[in-house]
Structure formats: structure tokens, C-alpha cells
Design a protein around this ligand. Structure first.
Ligand code: 572
Ligand code: ZN
Length: 359
């Protein structure tokens, strides 16, 4: 009998199946990984529900998952940086390495990047998965496999703060306290922000944000008055934010980011909800508020790992729910309901690969 490679495959919208797939055969520069755990991202739920996310559409069955960690099971002939048994975090986007973007160091903008679970590229929610060895990062013993998987969303937060120029002493506004808003808040604090104010519609999300280090939280009513909200942000922070980060994508929060930011500051837009958004552009232009987008992250995994390994950032509280690979469908249903914050799928027993006992 062939070895078990139970895999979560999305066939069509609302048709996610667990089925056997062949164990991948590695190339010389790749490693075969025994997957440990895989977080669920908003985009995964989108593909599952709608068969599309942004301008990417599911046309063929696709293996899900891109927030992952695993253990090296086999190494290719040319692999020098890893050995069998190494515990690794997987950076899910592997670029072409030859185009002008790759050569200038902005490989996340590579038009030929292959990114896990972005059609037509398969993800890593399976027992076995192969990946470019140089996009796998060895975890120190005291960093858990869950933390390894969480380097993925954390990298988005660090990249957002870098794009915003967050620096020591800055006051930062984060709009949205979902997983991405929370990692932006964590990254901002770790990068030296003075005060971080975070907003959301949900009281429970804000309670978690507070526990994780937010200085101020504001629960926003869906019909809140814009001018009142701007004033409230300024009052609570005692100043205007140097950097605002929109991690929600709603028109109201994008507008708030632009309106609340200090003259000469930066508004970073992480999540774009709809293609066309009406924004107060003239004011931003006249006050020299730079509006910047982000696309995933670049050159950030080693920084994210260092921040977690050193204890500067604690991502553990992000994980609120745990499911086994066999219960993937229930995990996706929980994510779709909006249960908790980060849902983790365990391909192996939860602490099977954590040499330092779990706390
Ligand atoms: O973890 C990285 C990540 N990036 C997301 C979404 C979810 N997770 N982005 C937003 C959507 N774009 S996209 O280009 N796309 C659906 C691939 O519209 C990618 C970045
Ligand atoms: Zn993601």
C-alpha cells in the first residue's frame, strides 16, 4: 500500500475534500517536508466559499494552505542549508529569481512567483509537501511549530509597518483587530512604537488585542460618524498618528486611516475589500499623507523569526482554535463563521515536533 498522504483539496467552491495524493518527488534544490501545522487565512476561506480571491480564480482542483511549518523528511542533492529532521517555517511564495524584481530584491512583485494555495499553485495542507529549500527557515528548538506557521501572517504585519516607516516613538493607528490587524499591532510595538490604538467592530477581538499589548482599543459602530471617530482617535492617542494601517479593507476604515494620519505621515493599506473605494484624496494630497499599499512581504521571514525567537513578539495568543487534518472541513466552517482569531490545523499531533515542552 502507498504511504499515507492525506491532502485537503478544493475541487470547486464549497467542495473541499480530504483525499490521497502522490507524495511529491523532489528536485535537487528542494526538500520534502512532513507537514506539522497549517493556519487558515482569509484567502483560503474565500477560495473555498467563492472559488476566487482578488483576480485569482480556481479553475482546477487545488491543495489548500499557505501558513505552515514542517519537518524535513528528505533533501535534494544540492541542498546545503538543511538536513533531515530540521523543523522549518515555510515561506510560501517562491519567485523566478531572474526578473528585474527578483534581481532588485523585491521578489514579492515577481510576475512569475508561485505562491502556495493561489490558483493554479497548490498549497501545503497535506501530510507531505515539497518546497524550495532556501525558502524554508530552520526553527530553533524553543520556537514551536505553531509559531513557525504564524511567521507567515506576522511577516505581513512587519512588512506593513516597514512600508509605513514605523519607528521608535511613533504613535500608530491600526484599523481592524482580526489576525492581520493584530500582527500589525504586534510588529508596531516590537519596532518601537510608543502607543498603538486599534479599532474593530467586535468587542471580543479588541479584548484580545488589549491582552496582546494594544495601548488603546476603540469599538466602532457600523454607522459611526467619521469626524467623531477621527476626533476620538486623536483624543485617545493624545496626538495624531504618525502611521495608520488599515487591516480591514472597508471603505470607512480606509477613509479613517487617511483622515486621522498626521500631516506628513503614512497611511498603509493592507486589505483592500473592493476594487473601487471613495477616499478623501485632496486632503491627503494637501497634507502630504502618503498612501501606500502592500503586497504580502519580502525579505521578512528571517526578521519575523528573529523577533519571535528573541521574545520581542508573542504570536501564540493569536491561535484560538485547533483542529486535526482529518477535521479540516469543520475548521473551515469555524473560520467561515468567524469563530475566534486564528484557526490552526494540525497535520501531526499538536506537540509532536516541539522539543521544548509546550507552555
Ligand atoms: O498571507 C499572504 C496573503 N496575502 C493576501 C491574502 C491572503 N494572504 N493578499 C491579498 C490578496 N492578494 S491577491 O493578489 N490574491 C488573491 C492572490 O489579490 C494577495 C495578497
Ligand atoms: Zn494569507
Amino acid at each position: 500500500m502507498a504511504e499515507d498522504n492525506l491532502t485537503a483539496v478544493l475541487h470547486k467552491p464549497n467542495d473541499l475534500r480530504l483525499e490521497q495524493t502522490p507524495i511529491p518527488v523532489i528536485n535537487d534544490d528542494e526538500v520534502l517536508l512532513r507537514m506539522d501545522c497549517v493556519g487558515i487565512c482569509g484567502s483560503d476561506v474565500h477560495y473555498w466559499q467563492k472559488g476566487a480571491c482578488g483576480h485569482f480564480t480556481l479553475k482546477e482542483p487545488m491543495i489548500m494552505g499557505h501558513e505552515a511549518s514542517g519537518v524535513v523528511a528528505k533533501i535534494g542533492a544540492k541542498v546545503k542549508n538543511l538536513k533531515v529532521g530540521d523543523r522549518v517555517a515555510i515561506e510560501p511564495g517562491v519567485p523566478c529569481r531572474y526578473c528585474e524584481f527578483c534581481k532588485s530584491g523585491r521578489y514579492h512583485l515577481c510576475p512569475d512567483i508561485v505562491f502556495c494555495a493561489t490558483p493554479p499553485v497548490h498549497g501545503n495542507l497535506a501530510r507531505y509537501y515539497k518546497h524550495a529549500a532556501d525558502f524554508c527557515y530552520k526553527l530553533p528548538d524553543h520556537v514551536t511549530m505553531e509559531e513557525g506557521a504564524l511567521l507567515e501572517p506576522l511577516s505581513v504585519g512587519i512588512h506593513a509597518c516597514r512600508r509605513g516607516g514605523v519607528a521608535a516613538g511613533h504613535n500608530v493607528l491600526v484599523l481592524g483587530a482580526g489576525p492581520i490587524g493584530l500582527v500589525c499591532m504586534l510588529a508596531a510595538k516590537a519596532m518601537g512604537a510608543n502607543k498603538v490604538l486599534i479599532t474593530d467592530l467586535s468587542r471580543s477581538r479588541l479584548e484580545l488585542a488589549k491582552k496582546m499589548g494594544a495601548d488603546f482599543t476603540v469599538q466602532v459602530a457600523p454607522d459611526a460618524n467619521e469626524a467623531y471617530m477621527v476626533q476620538k482617535v486623536h483624543e485617545l492617542l493624545g496626538t495624531h498618528p504618525d502611521v495608520s494601517i488599515d487591516a480591514s479593507g472597508a471603505q470607512a476604515t480606509v477613509r479613517l486611516a487617511m483622515l486621522a494620519t498626521k500631516s506628513g505621515g503614512v497611511a498603509v493599506l493592507v486589505g483592500m475589500g473592493s476594487r473601487d473605494v471613495t477616499v478623501p484624496l485632496a486632503g491627503a494630497v494637501a497634507r502630504e499623507v502618503d498612501v501606500r499599499g502592500i503586497f504580502r512581504y519580502v525579505n521578512i521571514y528571517p526578521i519575523a523569526l528573529a523577533m519571535v525567537a528573541s521574545g520581542q513578539v508573542n504570536v501564540k495568543p493569536l491561535v484560538t482554535h485547533h483542529f486535526s487534518l482529518e477535521n479540516t472541513l469543520a475548521a473551515y466552517e469555524a473560520a467561515h463563521r468567524g469563530d475566534g482569531v486564528k484557526i490552526m490545523i494540525h497535520v501531526q499531533r499538536r506537540d509532536a515536533n516541539n522539543p521544548v515542552p509546550f507552555q
